[in-house]
Design a protein around this ligand. Sequence first.
Ligand code: PMP
Length: 412
Amino acid sequence: QGIPLTAHYELGVPTVHRTVVDFANFDHGATAPALRSVETAVAAVQRVSGSVHRGAGHTSRQTTQWFEQARIEVGRFVGAREHDHVVFTRNTTDALRLLAHALPRRTQVFTWDSAHHAAQFAWTGRNVHRLPIPASAQDALDLLTGALATSTADHKLVVITGACNVTGEIWPIAELASIAAEFGARTVLDAAQLAPHHRIDIDELGVDWVALSGHKAYAPYGAGALVGRSNWLDDAQPYLPAGGATRTVTARTVEWNVGPARHEGGTPNAVGAIALAAACATLAKHHEAITAHEQVLYTRLRDGLESIDGVRLVSVLGSDRPNVGVVTFTVDGYDCSLVSQVLSDEYGIAVRDGKFCAHRLCDQVIGGCAVRASIGLATQPHHVDRLINGVRKLLAHGPAMDYVHTEGVGWS
Ligand code: PMP
């Protein structure tokens, strides 16, 4: 498509990385550097610095207009339907907590033990049915069918992982949503890892809500969204009862807003929301080119690492699953934090090590921590070769420097 993928990074790469010549970013799964369109949006909003929905002054009106346009853009990004709400949140964790807050009483929630902790633990205090880690996509479908068939709850919610943050494997989202619908259960898609890499259409997938994080989608920290059905959200008490959520207050009564504002109490993060929308617009425009770029690199990386004796790749649903561009691996004889440090300090490569906020998956499938290389817009083909070469050299010759043992640093 001829999109200038790397050009987006002329301004977007953080200062600290500019000191490293051609730094290789394989940590997009944690947080992705800002797009140029995001930086432009941030600067524009900061220049005006108005408060959303607060007053008729110019700065407030301008910021409010951008903020509400951003809501439409973020909704469009995931194919929101006419009556869906787009509620701005801090991130995916917060979006899932908001939904948990809005669940009708005694809703039974279904999650897998392989899910990110945010998707497992948003529902504390609720009736949670924990499904074991599936051995394949079919197994995931069967586990859900079995669990829903025996549930007698009036209200049910299935939490579907879009793409696994440990393996990058894309889950059978539409199939799971269809099973859920058969049993009268609603669904929320944890799209934290999926949204930056793949087109999402809430209607085509048949899910009720989508939760996503801006900082993984090349937008700033502290901005995310919950998009989906208004019903349940409009019936719930405000998530943050405060200014913005209130419509009228008298000596005796409080009337709360309906719509997204009901759950957006306090001055909203206008910079984050508007910049998130800018990222969504850019990603939506280049979705096919992005996927093509990432899939070529993914295959090259996976095949390269797989060919090294002493490297083990991690898979849960099966290596044939579609993947958002994540290769997670262990290196025989080396602690994952040491591998991460060697790649960083000797090769200028950022990866993530640890248990990726998915401890049960890591303990059960890997037997501890691992190293995750996650591809994104800033990754280039020669970065892939550098990573493969770095791991090869580590296995052949050991580390080139002495490292302070940091085992466990990245275990969250
Ligand atoms: N779900 C998945 C699959 C994730 O990868 C993450 C972030 N690692 C989250 C949820 C939580 O996202 P955040 O930390 O932005 O709230």
